[in-house]
Design a protein around this ligand. Structure first.
Ligand SMILES: Nc1ncnc2c1ncn2[C@@H]1O[C@H](COP(=O)(O)OP(=O)(O)OP(=O)(O)O)[C@@H](O)[C@H]1O
Ligand SMILES: [Mg+2]
Length: 357
């Protein structure tokens, strides 16, 4: 997984995206060359074995254990830079979309938003890092004339969560210039046509994150508390297999299974029916269709999942391919296509970080 590192001689500054997921750590190292992102190396290490559970299962490790895993990963992937950006789990952040009074003057607008935002945070403002941005309008010119409100996405992350991440990053010998909620990294990495309304489904190990993206901006987000680890567990129970064997079978067969009990399909049916509710709710409230669904996260790689999703949602379904945003040797393409969804967050972080270089 790390030999890409040796294919390139080092000329310009390299950057690293670090995704601390519930089941594994992922890193992607990019370098800018002639204005293009070039893939230098990438790697993944499952957290399970560091915390007494299996590969593919979510863990709840201490900062020290995560640091150890990260150090091992940096070594295995032959990462050569300290300069990184880090993801914040969606589950540890708060995103609220609110309508607030509109002001023409940007400074007044900012003051109103920052005062009002406090009302939507369930803990004292001193305990969180607060951020926000205005959701762009549909047809700004016509509507602006009588505009009374603006839609604002308020984002809060608890200080404790940030401190934990900062501690891990510093102990692993890295330097982060920003921490970003994983949704934003994913969107940067997987949304190809920002003009369309799309739904991103990040099928992780412990949960499936659902985002509706409007003109490149999150317009709705929801977390479904089931993910790919539940598929493994269902296979293990229905076939009387160990978690490790069930995990291997899941990766080999995905939804191709001829198994009559259809356990992987049952779990996906549950996840997708909740995602479909989100989609319909959004379409009804906003009176516009979601034109495609992008599958991402490790679970997004599941064989035949795209076909199954297409049948269920009856809209265009694509499996994310974040590595297309970076140059890599042609012979690597099929491999990168196969693993891309798992690395979407890390790619998105590295892409933003490259802008700083
Ligand atoms: N080829 C594959 N087929 C099916 N499932 C896979 C495949 N590769 C990985 N997975 C599953 O994807 C899950 C890991 O996905 P991912 O790395 O996106 O999760 P995570 O980021 O650790 O978790 P979360 O996003 O929930 O915090 C694991 O449960 C793993 O078994
Ligand atoms: Mg993840």
């Amino acid at each position: 997984m790390s030999f890409l590192g040796s294919l390139f001689s080092k000329r310009e500054k390299s950057v690293l995206g670090v995704d601390i997921g519930s089941s594994s750590l992922k890193v992607v190292q990019l370098r800018k060359e002639h204005g293009r992102a070039v893939l230098e190396t990438y790697g993944e290490l499952a957290l399970g074995p560091y915390g007494g559970s299996e590969v593919g299962q979510a863990t709840n490790l201490s900062a020290e254990q995560i640091t150890e895993t990260l150090k091992d990963l940096l070594r295995e992937a032959k990462v050569t830079t300290k300069s990184c950006a880090v993801s914040i789990p969606f589950a540890r952040s708060l995103l609220t979309l609110v309508d607030l009074p509109y002001r023409k003057d940007p400074i007044e607008q900012k003051t109103i938003i920052e005062l009002e935002a406090r009302k939507y945070i369930p803990v004292p403002v001193s305990e969180v890092q607060l951020d926000w941005f205005i959701v762009p309008e549909d047809e700004p010119s016509e509507k602006n004339i009588q505009k009374e409100t603006v839609q604002v996405l308020i984002i809060a992350v608890h200080n404790d969560e940030l401190k934990l991440l900062q501690n891990v990053i510093a102990s692993a010998g890295l330097q982060a210039s920003f921490y970003e909620i994983e949704i934003f990294s994913t969107i940067r990495a997987v949304v190809k046509e920002p003009v369309k309304t799309v739904m991103v489904l990040d099928v992780g190990a412990s949960s499936t994150k659902t985002y509706v993206v409007e003109r490149g901006v999150v317009a709705f987000s929801h977390s479904i508390s089931a993910g790919s680890q539940d598929i493994t567990r269902a296979i293990a129970v229905s076939r009387n297999l160990s978690i490790a064997s069930a995990e291997a079978l899941k990766k080999k067969r995905g939804l191709e299974s001829d198994d009559e009990s259809g356990s992987p399909e049952l779990v996906f049916a549950r996840i997708f029916s909740e995602a479909r509710r989100v989609l319909i709710q959004y379409e009804t409230a906003h009176k516009k269709p979601v034109t495609s669904i992008i599958l991402t996260g490790g679970g997004g790689v599941t064989k035949e999942l795209g076909t199954y999703a297409k049948k269920l949602f009856s809209v265009d379904v694509q499996v994310a391919d974040p590595f297309v945003k970076a140059e890599a040797p042609a012979f690597m393409r099929p491999i990168l296509e196969g693993i891309g969804p798992e690395f979407a967050v890390a790619v998105g972080l590295a892409l933003r970080k490259l802008d700083e270089v």
